[in-house]
Design a protein around this ligand. Structure first.
Ligand code: 13P
Ligand code: SF4
Length: 326
């Protein structure tokens, strides 16, 4: 049995001035100009990528930016379903991502054929799909949501329709509790967020009693119950900005702390711990590196390709989300 909680907390103290850009980062910026590209990066990306991105944000903000982009090329530094979403909303653009293998356990937990079979057996359900799913699942859904707008979206679903929420049971359970709306939950989860435990968080809380715990809704219910704030990654920035506290425990993927440090250089952030480790990185998000970003811009590959019928079917529920969450 491996020893647990046997580590010191990982502390990100107030940030000194940023180092100058590296040669590879400069190459990325030059290629971006040459190819007329825009770089969109999720909050969980490694710091060298976040620094050269035109926009760093959560899934909702990134969807709007992808839809609005007028550059020839969208470089999506995130995971596959995010780049796929960019292609769905802006199909005339070349959409590339640094590593085509950057998947998502949550997305994988709901294969489109399984959802199709479930819908066939239960034809009256209204399907609300968390954006962390494949284009095939989006194409079978009535509306998409992100962690930043899930409550707003669920509240707009006609009262007389029974909701099936896919694929994240933890986000679904959180939304059901917040809205009072009963929903069937698909049994999927994010392998990284379910690793946060109350045991590990309580240990850090004892060491830093004044530090609010900020948790992502993909965490399990016991962790969400312990948190002072539960929100999307973008809303974490706003919460830490407006809070009088100077130290925060961040229960989400550790890359989030780079974004927080850049926005709030005078505050201290402690990585949310698991039973085995002082931090918690998503192995898929971390597949993208600054070198792979440079190479994909240079080669305009790997690029997202998609069947037009699936793209068009997936676009409708995304557009509904963008309209409902304005
Ligand atoms: P948000 O950034 O939209 O909160 O999503 C978190 C996430 O898990 C993305 O994979
Ligand atoms: Fe998927 Fe979880 Fe990684 Fe987000 S953090 S990309 S939900 S596996």
């Amino acid at each position: 049995m491996p020893e647990t909680l046997n580590y010191e907390p990982m502390i990100f103290a107030p940030k000194a001035k940023e180092a100058p850009l590296s040669e590879i980062q400069e190459q990325v910026l030059a290629l971006k100009e040459e190819k007329n590209a825009v770089i969109l990066a999720h909050n969980y990306q490694v710091e060298p990528i976040q620094r050269v991105a035109d926009y760093v944000g959560d899934s909702l903000g990134l969807s709007y930016k992808a839809a609005e982009a007028d550059a020839d090329v969208i470089v999506f530094c995130g995971v596959h379903f995010m780049a796929e979403t960019a292609k769905i909303v802006n199909p005339s653009k070349t959409v590339i991502l640094p590593d085509m293998e950057a998947g998502c356990s949550l997305s994988d937990s709901c294969p489109a054929e399984k959802l199709r079979a479930y819908k066939e057996a239960n034809p009256d359900l209204y399907v609300v799909a968390y954006i962390n799913c494949s284009a095939g699942v989006k194409a079978l859904s009535d509306v998409i949501c992100t962690s930043g707008n899930a409550m707003k979206i669920v509240e707009r679903v006609p009262e007389d329709r029974e909701i099936l929420f896919v694929p994240d049971q933890n986000l679904g359970n959180w939304v059901a509790k917040q809205t009072g709306r009963k929903m069937r939950l698909w049994p999927g989860s994010c392998y990284a967020h379910v690793l946060f435990t109350t045991r590990a968080l309580e240990k850090v809380k004892m060491q830093y009693p004044g530090a609010p715990v900020v948790a992502h809704p993909e965490c399990v219910e016991a962790v969400r119950d312990l948190a002072d704030e539960v929100c999307s990654t973008e809303k974490m920035v706003g919460f830490c900005k407006s809070s009088p506290a100077d130290t925060f425990i961040i229960a989400t993927e550790t890359g989030m702390i780079h974004r927080l440090q850049r926005e709030l250089p005078d505050k201290t952030f402690i990585a949310g711990p698991t039973d085995k480790c002082a931090c918690n990185e998503c192995r898929f998000m971390k597949m993208n590196t600054i070198e792979k970003l440079r190479d994909c811009l240079r080669d305009l590959s790997p690029a997202i390709e998609m069947d037009e019928q699936i793209r068009a079917a997936a676009f409708t529920p995304i557009q509904r989300m963008l309209d409902w969450s304005r």
